[in-house]
Design a binder for this molecule. Structure first.
Ligand code: PGA
Length: 252
């Protein structure tokens, strides 16, 4: 079946970068962003405005790594969706496993953040994924389905169709241990089916895979019918590797 979903490759820089590294990285990517693929980078907050300038004319969109569910006010250290929009973001990661684990973000808070992003006109990239214990215990699909369902409950069906989902098994993030394309496809198909059964227009929802994606394994992941792109951490910090992943998406 021919996919109607445009591939999307998102670089999650995490807490990496600096003004000169950012400039060198975007310089390395410029000119090698293929047609027909959406490419986005998500730098740390302090560099969003700088990177917005750097990506001008490079065919690369800008995203943030997190946001507050609140609109503004006395929330020290937090950043509102409207501020992200104001500095040129169009995308925002929500519920990354590092936020869930290190900052105690639960499904309810993640759902509120997704809603805040959509309200402001940003496209949220909702990150979901099971731990190794959950997978070994046979609960991977139940855990991931519950993470998605929590957001559908808060957003409703129409809004959910505007969300990008990123399936990132926690055991594959930063470990060099990628899910096999078959393992990932099973989960992606399960997520899409869950959305469809809930009543969401699931055929249009892009579902990215994340977790140790590299230039070496990207093509085999992108060949799967329900894998619509990648959320890339470590490999997005090296221009050549990131460009190769984008090229693999274009060729798929
Ligand atoms: P990784 O990170 O590519 O370094 O595994 C992916 C992510 O956490 O988004």
């Amino acid at each position: 079946m021919l996919s109607v979903r445009k591939k999307l490759v998102v670089g999650n820089w995490k807490m990496n970068g600096g003004q000169s590294q950012n400039a060198a990285l975007i310089d390395g990517v410029r000119g090698s962003v293929p047609e027909g693929v959406d490419v986005v980078v998500c730098p740390p907050y302090p560099y969003l405005a700088q990177v917005k300038t750097l990506v001008a004319g490079a065919g690369v969109g800008l995203g943030a790594q997190d946001l507050s569910p609140r609109k503004g006010g006395a929330f020290t250290g937090d950043v509102a969706a409207s501020m992200l929009l104001d500095v040129g973001c169009e995308w925002v990661l929500v519920g990354h496993s590092e936020r869930r684990t290190l900052h105690g973000e639960d499904n309810r808070l993640v759902a509120e953040k997704v809603a805040a992003a959509l309200d402001a006109g940003l496209t949220p990239i909702l990150c979901v994924g099971e731990t190794l214990d959950e997978r070994d215990g046979g609960r991977a699909e139940a855990v991931v389905s519950a993470q998605v369902a929590a957001v559908v409950d808060v957003l409703g069906l129409v809004a959910m169709a505007k969300v990008v989902v990123a399936y990132e098994p926690v055991w594959a993030i930063g470990t060099g241990r990628t899910a096999t394309p078959e393992q990932a496809e099973v989960m992606h198909a399960c997520i899409r089916e869950g959305l469809r059964v809930a009543g969401v227009a699931a055929d249009g929802v892009r579902i990215l895979y994340g977790g140790s994606v590299t230039a070496a394994n990207a093509a085999s992941l992108f060949a799967m019918p329900d894998i619509d792109g990648a959320l890339v951490g470590g490999a997005s910090l090296v221009a050549d590797g990131f460009s190769s992943i984008c090229a693999a998406a274009a060729a798929s």
